[in-house]
Design a protein around this ligand. Structure first.
Ligand code: PEP
Ligand code: MG
Length: 606
């Protein structure tokens, strides 16, 4: 990211705001010495000893993680799954056995064999086109680093022995590092690498520690004990700030603390407009580990559970029992709140080694989601059985993704019926009245929404894909990212049509695309008639707070005006006027410039 040196000595860096809050304090650089690995040929007579050395190193790491799990503070016990998955990775075939085999077949030292195994695993991960999963290579790398430091006996400086409150600076932080942070002593942390979905970031949010990641080279820019300001809201870090900047951020820190207290205090209040319109606010999740955050942020359930993770994270397909256990746990933890489980949205761009698919030129338009499930009914049935079984343990709903027309719903429902019949015959409990919804993310689904609404219990608008397909903008292609316009009047009109069709047929309309969690869009979306918003849990308190300050009536008037606009810049102007007039203190003044440039979320210094 960018670094800007002003006329004073202060250095400004831009990264990714991974956990909100402002920290001001002295740096503590965690010495993550790079473990140097060299290739060393070994004799045949040394093979067994080298293999033993490797096995022992793995055992030591295993014991270390085991102790750490036992000592985990109650508040983050839910996250022990991350460390357990690291324990499993230690013995993963691709890592463990592959390394032992290489030591023998290539007659090389354990460190080099391990490094080669890591390279092979990385090559496999590179083929995965799912950002979340690609980042899970961090876990493998972490485990490998731990084994390597055991093998080479190299020690790193520790976060556990902090004497005073500090801001931790590191190249990267593992989940184990983050878990061991003394919350009294760690004011915040900043790292060179990482993203919002890396485990360290997820944990930082659970622990309430402000964090900025992805700064590229903060470790090369700070010295030990230097004063820094870290703004986890915007992703800014200022090294050695001048007095004026310091004063500005001290005030901002106080404002944020007051704001946070207010927001948290009220996050469990219902999301209700000033004139009494009740809106459901729920969370989008991918992992069971996110549930504590979902509940503590005041979500009224999970509006979108993306179920791809279990299919992408391991070798071989998950069986019914594994899926059932996972869904059951989530349903139980959330009850009586609902969890909307979306059936597998995989294929095309999401690569699963055990489902053989032809390479596609246009993966986003290819065999994905419901289309793939209808082509592979056995895969579909296994997941539906697991979902139905879990429905006996909580409030479960089913969501079918990427529906383009009535025939897909009818086919999917027929398979669901047959699975339900099968379970009934086997005497296995499930909720016979389970609600069925569809994702509205293909333009044709909107054109026939009236017919679709008659087949299901609710709509959920997947605006990420809806915008992609309606504006013909590949959502992962950075060259057209500037054309991706959620406020395009065409998009707003489509949302409105879908909602009208739902309401005319007495069913509810939810929105679960990223738009739902953007506080600025809330008044328009409410005005368009949406009944439910589902978003990243961290965004919930802010969205609820906005909802409580506006009237449904004024939102409807705003949306009516926006629907008549002929361009997104016109919609933006209408929205900006509304927000500045009605919610003047909710948005930072420098946001408007970026809003107009369609760069709402870019970290910028003015
Ligand atoms: C969407 O398309 O808006 C959506 C929520 O689904 P996903 O992002 O998983 O495709
Ligand atoms: Mg989608």
């Amino acid at each position: 990211m960018k670094s800007q040196k002003s006329n004073k000595a202060q250095i400004k860096l831009c990264g990714v705001g991974a956990s909100p809050g402002i920290a001001i304090g002295k740096t503590f650089i965690v010495g993550q010495k790079r473990v140097k690995v060299k290739k060393r040929p070994i004799l045949e007579s040394e093979i067994t000893a080298e293999q033993e050395k490797f096995k022992q190193a793995v055992e030591s790491v295993h014991d270390y993680l085991d102790t750490l799990i036992k000592k985990m503070p109650e508040q983050i016990k839910e996250h022990s799954g991350i460390l357990r998955s690291h324990m499993q990775l230690l013995k993963d075939k691709l890592l463990y056995e592959n390394t032992l085999t290489k030591i023998e077949s290539e007659r090389i030292n354990a460190e080099w064999a391990l490094k080669k195994s890591l390279m092979e695993i990385k090559a496999l991960f590179d083929q995965v086109d799912d950002a979340y999963l690609r980042e899970r290579i961090e876990d493998v790398e972490y485990v490998v680093k731990r084994i390597l430091s055991e093998l080479t006996q190299s020690k790193t400086s520790s976060i556990t022995a902090l004497k005073e409150p500090v801001i931790v600076i590191a190249h990267e932080l593992s989940p184990a590092d983050t878990i061991q942070m003394d919350q009294e002593k760690v004011l915040g942390f900043a790292t060179d690498v990482g993203s919002r979905t890396s485990h360290a970031a997820i944990l930082a949010r659970s622990l309430g520690i402000p964090a900025v990641v992805g700064l590229e080279d903060i470790t090369g820019q700070v010295v030990q004990g230097e004063l820094v300001i870290l703004d986890g809201l915007t992703g800014k870090v200022i090294i050695d700030p001048d007095q004026e900047t310091l004063k500005y951020y001290q005030e901002k820190q106080q404002d944020y603390l007051r704001y946070r207290l207010d927001v948290i205090h009220k996050s469990h209040l219902p999301a209700e407009t000033l004139d009494g319109q009740r809106i459901q606010v729920k969370a989008n999740i991918e992992l069971i580990e996110e549930i504590p955050l979902v509940l503590s942020n005041g979500a009224e359930g999970v509006g979108l559970f993306r179920t791809e993770y279990l299919y992408l994270s391991q070798k071989g397909l998950p069986d019914e029992e594994m899926l059932f256990q996972s869904y059951k746990q989530i349903a139980e933890k959330l009850a009586p709140h609902p969890v909307t489980i979306r059936t597998l949205d995989i294929g095309g761009d999401k690569f699963v080694s055990d489902i053989s698919l032809d390479e596609e030129i246009n993966p986003a338009l290819g065999l994905r989601a419901i289309r793939l499930m209808l082509r592979e009914p056995e895969l579909f049935r296994t997941q539906l059985r697991a979902i139905l079984r879990a429905s006996a343990y909580g409030n479960v709903q089913i969501l079918f993704p990427l529906i383009s027309g009535q025939h897909e719903i009818i086919d999917a429902k027929n398979i669901l019926k047959s699975v339900a019949h099968e379970l009934q015959k086997e005497g296995i409990a499930f909720d016979p009245n389970i609600k069925i919804g569809i994702m509205i993310e293909v333009p044709t689904a909107i054109m026939v929404a009236d017919a679709l609404a008659k087949e299901v219990d609710f709509f959920s608008l997947g605006t990420n894909d809806l915008i992609q397909y309606s504006l013909a903008i590949d959502r992962i292609n950075e060259h057209v990212a500037h054309l991706y316009e959620p406020l395009h009047p065409g998009v707003l009109r489509m949302i409105h049509m879908a909602v009208e069709a739902a309401h005319n047929n007495y069913i509810e309309a939810a929105i679960c695309g990223e738009m739902a969690g953007e506080p600025m869009y809330v008044p328009i979306l409410i005005g368009l008639g949406l009944d439910e918003f589902s978003m990243n849990a961290i965004d919930i308190p802010r969205v609820k707070r906005i909802i409580r300050q506006i009237t449904h009536e004024e939102c409807v008037a705003l949306a009516q005006e926006a629907l008549k606009a002929s361009s997104s810049s016109q919609v933006k102007k209408i929205l900006k006027d509304f927000l500045q007039n009605r919610l003047p203190s909710e948005f930072e003044p420098d946001l408007w410039h970026e809003f107009e440039l369609n760069r709402d979320k870019i970290c910028q210094f003015t």
